[in-house]
Design a protein around this ligand. Sequence first.
Ligand code: SAM
Length: 307
Amino acid sequence: MQRLRMVVKAVLLPLAMVTAIAAGHAADVRPSVPYVPTPQAVVDRMLAMGRVTAQDYLIDLGSGDGRIVVTAAKKFGTRGFGVDLNPVRITEANDNARRNDVTDKVGFYQRDLFETDLSQATVITMYLLPRVNLALRPKLLELKPGTRLVSHDFDMGDWKADESLRMDAADKFSGAGGDSDVYLWIVPARIAGAWRVQLPVSGKSQTYEISFEQQYQQVSGAARVNSRMAKIEGAKLRGDELTFMFSAEVNGTMVKHEFSGRVSGNEMTGQVALSGSRMAARVEWTAERAARTAAIPPLAGERNVVY
Ligand SMILES: C[S@@+](CC[C@H](N)C(=O)[O-])C[C@H]1O[C@@H](n2cnc3c(N)ncnc32)[C@H](O)[C@@H]1O
């Protein structure tokens, strides 16, 4: 049974959904014929996983009858829009919005999703195909850090999801039933490269040099403290929120540094907990991209993998 479901998802769905798929450019994209709607229970889970609220602006890429955008508006008061290449779907979606009395919050436009300005979005939803997701990925990674991306059934290749779940979807494929995967990614801030970090330790301002390597939301790196290298441990990047730690010798004793903070373009700010045999303190820290101040020579083995 499980095997049968996998076959349905892997073969029949792509065939039914899109006759020709994007190869990275809008000119290669043709409308999908016919379309496959996301079951309502899956729509609800997608919106829950995306933590959609009234403060969000949601864009559904390939919006079909508009059910994702309309559900978000009706349930949470979310504003947003959907785009679809098929004019019949746009008419259905506008009717759907009218029936549910949410035309003041949402709109639907006949437009190629690759030609759509996504900069307003705080949440993007999609039920497309693996190759379409991959073609879209560079554009999605350019979005504001913290933007949530929720996809029905298809992942983003080596950009691993921050969260995922599998659920039964009894009314999928016009009632034939099946299971659905739901994936969430949070667009990560770009932090790869060298940073100059400043913090007060025992009343004296200290400057550390930190170099981050990054692949999507996976981060590693090293810090240079008083000419000694320290490996960064436990780094986590969720949108623009960054935490990491290292232990380094300061004034003759080992001090554990536990950083938490926010990335904003070429700056970071936050708090660091310092602990050692002679010290326990919590202080503010700031960081600037090194390139904006003075060139910091690359740390040994530095490699700045971005995307
Ligand atoms: C599987 S349906 C999903 C519909 C809806 N998002 C949902 O989850 O119920 C995919 C939709 O994407 C639309 N579509 C496919 N390629 C597109 C493109 N390049 N630009 C805009 N819409 C597209 C199709 O017309 C179809 O309605």
